[in-house]
Design a binder for this molecule. Structure first.
Ligand code: FMN
Length: 196
């Protein structure tokens, strides 16, 4: 898998190759994903850390051909749908925004941070299994919430397209030049010793 070579990324400090090799292409082959393979990716997300182990991350998924996949795809922004509906699976990442303790409900301030950690675990597990995972914030949250019967105390974050990396020419022409791994700002711009 991942047969289409892309230019290598280089880190300033030594890190595991998986952090550099994971990226977000848009070209998918038509290879399907089995339910068991998707559950392995969600299982990795399940084991992500969360504040007080509240585990607020929630997922709704569909495999290409499912009615559920169609419901998720229909909520995507047109510029995402054109390539993401070719994915083998779509996963909606959400979180439960409240916790209940002794019958008392209170807001969970870390729900989005925790869901972010879960998505990254899913993405890295996907990469380790030879799949690509591409997160999208470009979707109609109201439409998705209605179509997926989302409870009121949940919040939507992203839709993740999963599949096997395909050749750029599977994409509409305008998308092909973007099939190159992106770079990053210098570490010194985002991490300071002692204070901001
Ligand atoms: C929360 C989130 C929302 C994103 N939304 C979109 C999107 O709507 N469409 C898209 O093509 N890519 C989207 N991306 C992909 C990012 O553009 C991509 O992760 C970023 O450019 C870094 O590239 P890399 O993932 O290849 O390292 C999103 C990524 C994240 C994490």
């Amino acid at each position: 898998m991942n047969a289409h070579a892309t230019p290598a990324r280089v880190s300033d400090h030594p890190i595991d190759a998986m952090f550099l090799e994971r990226h977000s292409p848009r070209a998918f082959t038509d290879r399907p994903m089995a339910e068991a393979e998707l559950l392995t990716l969600l299982e990795a997300a399940r084991w992500a850390p969360s504040a007080a182990n509240h585990q607020p991350a929630r997922f709704v998924w569909g495999l290409r051909g499912d009615a559920g996949f169609g419901r998720i795809a229909e909520a995507l922004a047109p510029g995402n749908r054109v390539w993401a509906e070719k994915a083998a699976a779509l996963v909606v990442v959400a979180s439960k925004t409240v916790v209940e303790r002794d019958g008392v409900r209170s807001a969970l301030g870390t729900h989005a941070f925790d869901a972010g950690a879960a998505w990254m675990s899913l993405a890295l597990q996907a990469h380790l299994k030879g799949w690509i995972a591409h997160a999208m914030g470009g979707f109609d949250k109201i439409k998705a919430a209605e179509a997926l019967h989302m409870p009121a105390d949940h919040e939507l974050h992203a839709v993740v397209a999963l599949g096997e990396l395909g050749a750029p020419d599977l994409l509409p022409e305008a998308y092909r030049p973007r099939e190159v791994p992106s770079g990053r700002v210098a570490l010194s711009e985002i991490a300071r010793r002692g204070s901001f």
